[in-house]
Ligand binder design. Structure first.
Ligand code: S3P
Length: 446
């Protein structure tokens, strides 16, 4: 990144009690998939509650470039899809900006088409490994005709005349890799099997079934999931209400836990068990989180969360929980910084290949603000200081990572000295309303 001169910083200051009722934007994973599957399915898909963050809008643009019609009418997004197997070759490169999910899933979606597709993105996305998706696609007959060293973006795919169905065991805990293979399977004759030894978020499976795909999941006696999808079937447009993103809810949630006197309500949060590891962990730390009004919302459970300031204590987070809270470690580290004692987080190797090397970015940010921590190869230990005295005063490098920016702004609300992050614009990728929402709760952020 050479664009430091163009970054606009933001600063958070010690705040009075946070109070009020909020709704966070729609779930990012479900929003990407809503645009993709709606754009692919025959007929009309109508979406409410969509996250209108930059990442998701890029996915919408990509689907438009491949023949889907997408428009907004009032609060609703209305899509006329192409029909499965009928995407068009895009006329130019598909620009995914900062979005790993959008780009990796789309590589799967279009890879098995007999056409040429080029993927480009920002400096963060160009640094992220794509071999994890390209390798199974190669087995299906997809050629990578151009790529930056190490199978990175920008890259160009050329699909086969007819793709080859495979059985693929996902070598790392990654919903993106699982999903890319399943989406490639949609345009592949026969049955493609994805074997998932460690379960990850299951939105692709659930939503594809909802759109009418012939997909079944079997969990064997060892807990390994076998996901079978029969390709070249019909997908039909659906009506989707996207629930609030638990990964976004985690920011006001932790803010309320660590700012004394706080009492807030976060409405309509997705409670899919593959996404709620952060709530389990915070409850173990002694958090006051009441899960209210659990209800079904179009096949997913949602609830309202009442969160009150709590005296947190350090815990050891079970490594097996990592896939269910993978995006929440940065904000958990902030909760840990204000907890009594030591919080040990392990099994974090995937954090090294997120929008930034999140393990290093969090450790450097904590250190810059006087917080005692130890960074291991795939672990982070944070020694907290509940009164926040003497903490803060640092400037944090966000490295084009929205979750680093939001996490450290939350830290600044509870510690003695101001906390500055070097870039506020990156927050728009997933949570454009973040600053306004936090201010409405009483947060001092500018
Ligand atoms: C996502 C999967 C996760 C997560 C990302 C969204 C998805 O990535 O970190 O924010 O929507 O499938 P990995 O598959 O790389 O773990």
């Amino acid at each position: 990144m050479t664009a430091h001169s163009t970054l606009t910083p933001a600063t958070a200051s010690k705040s009075e009690a946070l109070t009020g009722t909020v709704r966070v934007p729609g779930d990012k994973s479900i929003s990407h998939r809503s645009f993709m599957f709606g754009g692919l399915a025959a007929g009309e898909t109508r979406i409410t509650g969509l996250l209108e963050g930059e990442d998701v809008l890029r996915t919408g643009d990509a689907m438009k470039a491949m023949g889907a019609k997408i428009e907004k009418s009032g609060d609703e997004w209305i899509i006329q899809g192409t029909g499965n197997g009928a995407l068009l070759e895009p006329q130019g490169p598909l620009d995914f900006g900062n979005a790993g999910t959008g780009s990796r899933l789309t590589m799967g979606l279009v890879g098995t088409y007999d056409m040429t597709t080029t993927f480009i993105g920002d400096a963060s996305l160009q640094s992220r490994p794509m071999a994890r998706v390209l390798n199974p696609l190669r087995e299906m007959g997809v050629q990578v005709i151009d790529a930056a060293p190490g199978d990175r973006m920008p890259l160009t795919l050329r699909g086969p005349k007819r793709a080859n169905p495979i059985s693929y065991r996902v070598p790392m805990a990654s919903a993106q890799v699982k999903s890319a293979v399943l989406l490639a399977a949609l345009n592949t004759p026969g049955i493609t099997t994805v074997i998932e030894p460690v379960m990850t978020r299951d939105h692709t499976e659930k939503m594809l079934q909802g759109f009418g795909a012939n997909l079944e999941v079997e969990t064997d006696k060892d807990g390994v999931r076998h996901i079978r999808l029969e390709g070249e079937g019909k997908l039909t447009g659906q009506i989707i209400a996207v629930p609030g993103d638990p990964s976004s809810a985690a920011f006001p949630l932790v803010a309320a836990l660590i700012v004394p006197g706080s009492d807030i309500l976060i409405e309509n949060v997705l409670m899919n068990p593959t996404r709620t590891g952060i709530i389990d962990t915070l409850l173990e730390m002694g958090a006051s989180i009441e899960i209210l009004n659990r209800r079904d919302a179009g096949g997913e459970e949602v609830a309202d969360l009442r969160v009150r300031h709590s005296e947190l204590k350090g815990v050891t987070v079970p490594p097996a929980r990592a896939p269910f809270m993978i995006d929440e470690y940065p904000i958990l580290a902030i909760a840990a910084a204000l907890a009594d004692g030591e919080t040990i987080m392990d099994g974090l190797e995937e954090l090294r290949v997120k929008e930034s090397d999140r393990l290093a970015a969090v450790a450097r940010g904590l250190e810059a603000n006087g917080i005692d921590c130890t960074e291991g190869e795939s672990s982070l230990t944070v020694r907290g200081r509940p009164d926040g005295k003497g903490l803060g005063g640092g400037t944090v490098a966000t490295h084009l990572d929205h979750r680093i920016a939001m996490s450290f702004l939350v830290l600044g609300l509870a510690v003695e000295k101001d906390v500055t992050v070097d870039d506020r614009a990156i927050i728009n990728t997933s949570f454009p309303e973040f600053m306004d929402m936090m201010r409405a709760l009483g947060a001092k952020i500018d």
